[in-house]
Write a protein that binds this ligand. Structure first.
Ligand code: FAD
Length: 255
């Protein structure tokens, strides 16, 4: 059995259970971005299929598969009738266990995932005055799910940090009220500096960039633009120069 370390023990303590996923198909959407179609006989009995929903995957060690590493990925194009869904992966350099797995996985391969702490974006009966969506290629699947959920009359300003010129090739839904602003990353302050100041009264902000970018964005969003607890969701989706998750221990995965 593969080892999952302290994180695996914690997840077991939280009663998160493994769901077995089987890879059905792998499709290249952009040179560094792949869509992997999977199926699970058990997942949809337990998962709230709201926009931005995500799973905690356990990916094997790149070297010998003796350890497994936990990483969060967004569920897209889910079909609860068939138990099928897709996950879109950035293939980044340097690679980690998740991106290395996605780069080479084949139909018939299996992986495990848990449902714990998944978020859900809800469209209120009365729309916000506007939606400020901020992220990058890693959070584009979640941002796409928000755009698919929002009605055509919603006003959306979407800021995407560009880490790779091919980021522009990643498909996004065609939402008529959305303006997309691409922001080349020159440092962690690039995204924060690029947000155009305006009256954000009545707006809702959903923000999921790299951790350093998030740190720089926080004071602008809170202090300058006045977003508060109820109209601002923020989460770092990855950390530049660091691995994102932890591993799980043999005592956890053996059960
Ligand atoms: C709730 C949630 C949902 C997410 N959904 C998605 C999703 O649908 N699709 C997706 O691609 N990612 C998604 N992510 C981000 C993904 O979990 C991280 O990018 C993760 O670090 C990738 O794991 P890894 O094993 O490939 O790399 P790690 O082992 O974590 O990191 C190895 C190296 O790669 C770098 N790195 C990690 N991610 C990126 C990146 N995106 N671009 C450039 N360099 C990177 C790190 O800085 C590090 O140097 C999500 C994260 C969260 C928290």
């Amino acid at each position: 059995m593969a080892k999952r370390g302290v994180s695996g023990v914690i997840m077991r303590g939280l009663r998160a259970k493994d769901h077995n996923l089987t890879v059905l198909d792998r499709q290249t959407l952009a040179p560094h971005f792949v869509r992997i179609r999977m199926s699970s006989p058990t997942l949809f009995g337990n998962l709230d299929l709201a926009p931005t929903a995500w799973l905690r995957f356990w990916f094997p060690d790149t070297a010998d598969g003796a350890r497994e590493y936990q990483r969060g990925y967004t569920v897209t194009d889910a079909d609860s009738a068939t138990g099928e869904f897709s996950v879109n992966f950035v293939l980044h350099t340097p690679a980690g266990p998740a991106s290395a797995w996605a780069a080479t996985v084949q139909p018939g391969d299996t992986v495990q995932a848990m449902i714990y702490g998944s978020t859900k974006f809800e469209v209120p009966d009365e729309l916000a005055a506007g939606y400020l969506l901020i992220g990058d290629s890693a959070s584009m699947p979640a941002i796409a799910s928000i755009l698919e959920a929002l009605p055509a009359e919603a006003s959306v300003e979407c800021y995407l940090e560009e880490h790779d010129a091919a980021d522009h090739e990643i498909p996004m839904p065609d939402h008529p009220g959305t303006t997309i602003h691409w922001v080349p990353r020159r440092g962690p302050g690039s995204l924060a500096a690029a947000i155009e100041a305006r009256d954000f009264t009545g707006w809702y902000a959903w923000v999921a960039p790299e951790a350093g970018s998030l740190k720089a964005l926080r004071p602008r969003l809170r202090n300058e633009f006045g977003f508060g607890k109820t109209d601002l969701y923020m989460q770092a989706y990855w950390v530049e120069g660091k691995t994102m998750g932890t591993q799980r221990g043999v005592e956890e995965s053996a059960q």
